[in-house]
Write a protein that binds this ligand. Structure first.
Ligand code: CAO
Length: 596
């Protein structure tokens, strides 16, 4: 059987379009409607499908070539069973009965569609004529969908402008996406958008008015006129395209579907836009980012079907194009993250784009030993991962001059020890933190689950990070504001000791309003502690050191304590955070202020 030419169909108002991807190879068996190549202009990406099923015997184009309507891109030897059909395709007059029926339904469909078009847009057209006439003296014109090739009822996936926007000539106003193409509809001239006639989720066809444009330069050359000539051209082009294009059952099915949809055209538009509003469907998909992703229409369609956010997928194709395999491996990774448990399982919805931990066989590089994580470490790993992902963190650094505080502590340390109290700087910090929680009520709060309100707490419980052999624990000291420094030091010693010995009770780690993590006994100059949700702040304390401080006339040695205050930026602003650390610094620098 002789191979048949597969040509570039009517691709609308474009020519010399670049072949950016060849999706098949010579010798491949192809299905009818299977995309063979992807074309990309500066405004559109579209796929050229084969019109017949069979064996691809020759490819006539390569990536980087440019093609126009009618160019032969490949030779396909039709399958035996498809032979008659494809013969029919190549010669409409020979069309078999069933295809005639298809054609008939096509033409009925077309008629019905043009009726539809007549119902609404014809009025618009006459208005348009008026508008054009007025254009000679007036300024507002209709911006219409231009010749978009062999497509109609194409979905508006993005509206790129708003009413009142000033636009440049050629600026894209909306993005359309069919199962074969995505393309932008530009404004033909500069001006102001006075009215938008479409919204995301609507479907449009050639000639539909998408916006009203108040021309910037007075006279408008008339998108309408150009559209009209495009329309006239198109009727010929479209017929030709139909003949050389597919009259497959698939298409007939699609047409049938369309005619079903078509009846209540406005209603179906509404439904589509309603479904766009369905948050469960597109909850995690950033539509703007999705729209900008570099991917072919079929990959876009595929991503939409499976709910993958293309904007998060890394493209491995030429110039970073996203392939179907890229989408698959993105989804696979996201799923393995959720199903695999471990720290990632705690990731909240919407954090699905976090790459999964790769499973690496390190033994290929040298000897290794697998050590199971302790139970506490596993639990705290989940918690810190969740908090890290959920909370927008900022850390404010500051210093406190604790020269006097340390002198006071040291002077009382021995006496305290006789009373069985280990007096460390942390007890003073607990007291200063309690004062800050009282002074800044938002610091002693939690966001409600819907993020719409703050729960202000009237009690003052502070958790302290304790380094234990099994991992990090956060026992809670209750009612810190009501206790003296000795008592706090005693309780701290007791609770941290029991934490290390694994003797804490469950409720001793609950109900904290705020946390302190002190690495002062260990070392370091600063760090960024992670807030423990639902708390909104945590104070990190590093090792104090003697530093020269200018007192106005000379440098003086002062004992400086570094503070690292991490906070939830949804609740606390930067300025307030700086005030909080300033407050803490002041309290620690002069303990007498704690009495005020
Ligand atoms: N700068 C310098 N020295 C400090 C200090 C500071 N900021 N804070 C404490 N020290 C000193 C103490 O004074 C003590 O020395 P002396 O005995 O001479 O007085 C010594 O360091 C050891 O103190 P400590 O660690 O026993 O007691 P503490 O009250 O300071 O801390 C506890 C108790 C439970 C917080 C601590 O043992 C601990 O586990 N710290 C680790 C916390 C942690 O891992 N945080 C990171 C979590 S991830 O965010």
């Amino acid at each position: 059987m002789a191979a048949q030419e597969i040509k570039v169909p009517d691709i609308g108002d474009f020519d010399s379009v670049e072949v950016i991807e060849v999706l098949v190879s010579e010798g491949d068996t192809v299905e009818e409607e299977q995309a063979l190549i992807t074309l990309e202009s500066d405004k559109a990406t579209l796929e050229v499908p084969t019109t017949i099923a069979g064996k691809l015997t020759e490819l006539k184009v390569a990536e980087g070539d440019t093609v126009s309507e009618g160019d032969v891109i490949a030779m396909v030897e039709a399958d035996e069973e498809d032979g008659s059909a494809s013969d029919d395709d190549s010669d409409d007059d020979d069309a078999g009965e069933s295809e005639q029926a298809d054609d008939a339904s096509d033409s009925e469909d077309d008629e019905a569609e043009s009726d539809d078009a007549d119902d609404e847009p014809e009025d618009d057209d006459s208005e348009d004529d008026d508008a054009e006439d007025e254009d000679a003296g007036g300024e507002t014109t209709e911006v219409k969908v231009p010749d978009i090739g062999d497509f109609d009822s194409v979905e508006v996936i993005e509206v790129l402008v708003s009413e009142g926007d000033e636009v440049e000539a050629e600026q894209a106003l909306i993005t359309l996406e069919s199962d074969k193409a995505t393309l932008e509809v530009p404004s033909e001239s500069a001006g102001k958008i006075t009215e938008l006639k479409v919204k995301e989720g609507d479907t449009v066809s050639e000639g539909d008015v998408i916006a009203m444009l108040e021309s910037a330069g007075g006279k408008k050359t008339g998108g309408g006129k150009k559209d009209k000539s495009a329309n006239q051209n198109k009727s010929g082009d479209t017929d030709r395209a139909r003949k050389s294009d597919q009259t497959s059952d698939k298409k007939a099915d699609k047409k049938a579907d369309k005619s079903d949809e078509k009846q209540p055209k406005k209603e179906s538009r509404k439904t589509e836009s309603d479904s766009t509003d369905d948050s469960s469907k597109l909850d995690d998909v950033d539509e703007q980012r999705f729209g900008k992703a570099h991917a072919s229409p079929s990959v876009r369609k595929y991503a939409r079907e499976i709910g993958a956010d293309l904007g998060r997928v890394e493209g491995s194709g030429r110039k970073g194009r996203i392939t179907e395999e890229d989408v698959q491996s993105y989804v696979k990774k996201a799923l393995s993250q959720v199903q695999g448990g471990g720290a990632s399982a705690a990731a909240p919805a919407g954090a699905g784009g976090v790459p999964a931990q790769p499973d690496i066989d390190f033994s290929q590089f040298g000897e290794v030993e697998i050590v199971e994580l302790a139970r506490i470490r596993k639990i705290s790993a989940k918690a810190v991962h969740k908090n890290w992902l959920l909370i927008p963190h900022v850390t404010q650094f500051d210093n406190a001059d604790i020269t006097e505080m340390e002198a006071f502590r040291k002077a009382n340390k021995e006496k305290a020890a006789k009373d069985g109290v280990k007096l460390t700087p942390l007890a003073f910090m607990l007291k200063a933190a309690a004062a800050a929680l009282r002074e800044f009520p938002d610091l002693n709060s939690s966001l409600t689950a819907d993020g719409a309100a703050l729960v202000h707490k009237k009690y003052c419980n502070i958790a302290v990070a304790v380094d234990t052999p099994g991992g990090l624990l956060m026992p809670v000291l209750k009612d810190v504001d009501q206790k003296g420094i000795y008592q706090l030091a005693r309780e701290l010693d007791d609770i941290s000791g029991r934490a290390r010995d694994g003797k804490l009770k469950g409720d001793e780690m609950k109900g904290a309003c705020f946390s302190i993590s002190s690495l002062g006994g260990v070392g370091g100059t600063a760090f960024t502690p992670i807030v423990n949700s639902p708390e909104v702040g945590i104070l990190g304390v590093s090792k104090h050191s003697w530093q020269p401080v200018w007192n106005g006339s000379e440098f003086e040695p002062r004992l400086i304590l570094p503070l690292s205050f991490s906070y939830d930026h949804r609740v606390i602003d930067g300025a307030k955070a700086a005030r909080i650390t300033g407050f803490l610094s002041e309290k620690l620098s002069d303990l007498r202020t704690l009495l005020l």
